[in-house]
Design a protein around this ligand. Structure first.
Ligand code: URP
Ligand code: ZN
Ligand code: ZN
Length: 475
């Protein structure tokens, strides 16, 4: 089935032009002005931008955490993502010490199969490195196309790995062409500060932030960057929140190290004072690392603009306020960490970023889509609008003004951290591989239609250009 998207303003990370896009069999086959195609379904995009589909490199769907499980699974989470203009997610597959990695990957396939409405891949957590892992990991990278590995430097006695594990993972990643991701906070010192606070009767949500100061994020970020340099490997720091961490990433990059950084919408528009809301409402804003003092927001916007940070992931990790966040009443350390962000990432970045003059339109496309495609082995199949790329497209109306609210969002969770925020611009229609998932603001997708993505290794294209095949032959 062919489709012709007509009269949109097509915007990529590098170009902007007025024109039409012809889609055949899920692939972009032609881009030009005044295209005509016999028998094609014509979709009018007048007055709208046409962006490459958003790529969210950081989600936790159907994930057990803090004695409970995230509210949104691969069905509700990807439907909400699609409403928000995201056509690909990369979710974190959790592992446990002593359990074959393949078992963990199979669990994540079972969680997503038959449910996802957009395409998806997995990052793989590394909890330990031993002979079994050294044998199994290269096989997983090859067979599953999982080319990014996650090491937690915090969450002591839960997910936290030691520096030796991080270093050995970096060495293995260098050898295998994988990208190592870190949650960079000093988990040992945080564990002590939490114990001290609780001993002093400091149990309210705000103490979550006060026991995880920015110095401990900066310290862990710098340590991970140093180990990356020593291993001559590559590192991606997830959910960067503060000036201290940005500085360490910038310094490493100035030295020529392959160190990249991501921030999240919540750190760009919310601040630490949210944790002081009365009636335990502060628990809705408990993320790790925590929200920071408001002045850090400008540092993050600047870092995105000047390339010190490359991407914005949602870190979607939703828990209901009722019954889930409430687990931490009387003890902030028991509040499940995370929030619902998958749906509003794209709109917040456009509205607060482009409309407010903090980033350009092309930078917006880069941080919301293209840079993640490049870093995580999906480019140019995903992350751009080009002949041969998947027709993952967002027809975006830049004029619509709406107010974010739990009463209208599509996540299953019972609150929205951005409640009451007015945003300008909204995805009107969203296509994944040429099929509508959202059409004129209504969900028309099919659970299970999302495809699992085997990704290329870091900086190593799997295939050389093929002379005979040009359309769809990139892969
Ligand atoms: O608070 C957060 N960020 N929850 C999700 C898990 C993680 O650390 O990314
Ligand atoms: Zn984390
Ligand atoms: Zn996360």
């Amino acid at each position: 089935m062919t489709k012709l998207i007509k009269n949109g303003t097509i915007v990529t990370a590098s170009d902007q032009f007025y024109g039409d896009i012809l889609i055949d069999d899920g692939i972009i086959v032609m881009i030009g002005a005044d295209l005509d195609a016999q028998g094609a379904e014509v979709v009018d995009a007048s007055g709208c931008y046409v962006f490459p589909g958003g790529i969210d490199p950081h989600t936790h769907l159907d994930m057990p955490f803090g004695g409970t499980v995230t509210k949104d699974d691969f069905e509700s989470g990807t439907i909400a993502a699609a409403y928000g203009g995201t056509t690909t997610i990369i979710d974190f597959c959790l592992t446990s010490k002593g359990v074959p990695l393949k078992n963990a990957v199979d669990v994540w396939h079972a969680k997503s199969k038959g449910k996802a409405v957009i395409d998806y891949g997995f990052h793989l957590m590394v909890a330990e490195v031993n002979d079994d892992v050294l044998l199994e990991l290269p096989r997983i990278i090859e067979e599953e196309g999982i080319t990014s590995l996650k090491v937690f430097m915090a969450y002591k006695n839960v997910f936290q790995a030691d520096d030796g594990t991080l270093f050995r993972t970096l060495q293995l990643a260098k050898e295998q062409g994988a990208l190592v991701m870190v949650h960079a906070e000093n988990g040992d010192v945080i564990a002590y500060l939490i114990e001290q606070a609780l001993r002093n009767g400091q149990t309210d949500p705000i103490y979550h932030a006060l026991t995880r100061p920015p110095e401990l994020e900066g310290e862990a970020t710098g340590r991970a960057a140093e180990l990356t340099g020593l291993a001559d490997s590559q590192l991606y720091v997830v959910h960067v929140t503060c000036a201290e961490a940005v500085r360490k990433i910038a310094e490493a990059r100035e030295r020529g190290l392959r160190v990249y950084g991501e921030t999240c919408p919540q750190y760009l528009v919310l601040d630490q004072s949210c944790l002081e809301k009365p009636d335990f409402e502060g628990a809705k804003y408990v993320w790790s690392p925590p929200l920071r003092e408001a002045w850090h927001q400008q540092v993050l916007w600047d870092a995105l603009w000047n390339g010190q940070l490359q991407t914005v992931g949602s870190d979607q990790c939703s828990f209901d306020f009722k019954g889930q966040k409430e687990l931490g009443q009387g003890d902030f350390s028991k509040i499940p960490n995370g929030g619902p962000t998958i749906e509003d990432r794209f709109s917040i970045l456009y509205s607060e970023g482009v409309r407010q003059g903090r980033i350009s339109l092309h930078k917006f496309v880069d941080i919301v889509s293209t840079a993640s495609a490049k870093l995580f082995g999906l480019f140019p199949r995903k992350g751009t609008i080009a002949i041969g790329s998947d027709a993952d497209l967002v027809i975006f109306d830049p004029h619509v003004v709406r107010t974010i609210s739990a009463s209208t969002h599509h996540m299953k969770v019972d609150y929205n951290a951005f409640e009451g925020m007015e945003v300008t611009g909204q995805p009107r229609s969203v296509l994944v591989r040429g099929e509508f998932v959202i059409r004129d603001n209504a969900f028309v997708g099919v659970p299970g239609s999302g495809q699992y993505l085997r990704r290329q290794r870091f900086n190593r294209p799997d295939r050389l250009p093929d002379k005979e095949k040009t359309i769809g032959g990139v892969f």
